[in-house]
Design a protein around this ligand. Sequence first.
Ligand code: PRP
Ligand code: URA
Length: 206
Amino acid sequence: MPLHILDHPLAAHIITHLRDKTTKPATFRTLAYQISLLLAIESTADLPTEDKAIETPLEKMTGQVLAHQPLVVVPILRAGLGMVQPFTDIFPEVTVGYIGLERDHTTAVARSYYCKLPQLAGKRVFVIDPMLATGGSAANALSVVKQHGATNPTLVCIVSSPEGVAEVEKVHPGTTIHTAAHDRALNAKKYILPGLGDFGDRLYGT
Ligand code: PRP
Ligand code: URA
């Protein structure tokens, strides 16, 4: 199963500040934007291109531009919202769908409370959620986008756990996962260690 871990000194720098418990929500949001921008670039490295004939001020040449495959980004609410803007900034034509899932605080099982998706057949779909912990939320969201026609959706997260990656692989074998950091394990409350705590709470100051 393809697990891609960001390997860049800037990514390591940003992740360390995201993890730091003294980082306040305003800075956390900026860092979330920055790491998601790196992930947006990395996770789209295989997008198809096509030739385009142009003229530079000096001569004619053939360059490459992105081929016309519609992109859809699907954040898992609420924390996934913190990863949307980098995708819309660099891919202005991207469509955004939403899936609302919330983990129960005692069981850690995700409950669905919202879904608004366009038709996904024939489109390149990226499910984005910063934390891949038990993998329950991601596996659920991947099932939902597939029910709406997505084939081979890509999962993009900021921090993953071995348990979460294994769960996604079990339920959706072969899913490509991009992560900025692959951490050690889950604790008894199903939080990622060392992790960064509750991403949504830190993003929104709740
Ligand atoms: C967090 C996170 C993921 C989920 C990961 O969301 O953003 O969606 O937990 O955990 P899992 O892999 O064990 O399912 P949460 O349920 O806390 O909701 P929030 O985004 O509204 O804070
Ligand atoms: N959700 C989070 O926000 N953080 C974790 O460590 C696990 C799930």
